[in-house]
Design a binder for this molecule. Structure first.
Ligand code: SF4
Length: 126
């Protein structure tokens, strides 16, 4: 086992510092708040502390492309190309404002609020 220092990826305003314990094959065994952070002082919410329980199951790890009535597993380049192609076709046919950027309202730290907007602003999306 080993322990690594990191931060929660959710980008809440407090950005909790974490101590993550890894097992033999680097799987996460536990997540605890890091008491050395002067702001969060060892705090982690119950969602952050249980992230590893959701990490290894029910995850979509590959893109899937619709082939008729079915979805078939693809490689990332194919998946990204398909999204890029559809987005380009939509913009060309209906204009950039036909693309609607839906922003979520969960954890809204600086990174998650601003970072994706660069792409959508550049495209001219609604
Ligand atoms: S409050 Fe929870 S979700 Fe937010 S940064 Fe801390 S551990 Fe992550």
């Amino acid at each position: 086992m080993k322990q690594v220092s990191t931060v929660c990826a959710r980008d809440c305003y407090d950005t909790c510092s974490l101590k993550v314990t890894l097992g033999e094959s680097e799987q996460i065994l536990s997540i605890k708040g890091d008491p050395m952070n002067p702001i969060t002082q060892g705090f982690t919410c119950s969602r952050g502390a249980k992230d590893h329980n959701r990490l290894y199951k029910n995850r979509v790890k590959d893109p899937f492309l619709r082939k008729g009535e079915r979805f078939e597993k693809a490689i990332w380049e194919e998946g990204l190309d398909a999204v890029s192609q559809k987005l380009g076709e939509t913009i060309e046919k209906y204009g950039p404002e036909s693309v609607l950027h839906l922003n979520y309202a969960g954890n809204m730290g600086l990174l998650t609020t601003v970072f994706p907007k660069r792409l959508w602003n550049n495209i001219g999306a609604t």
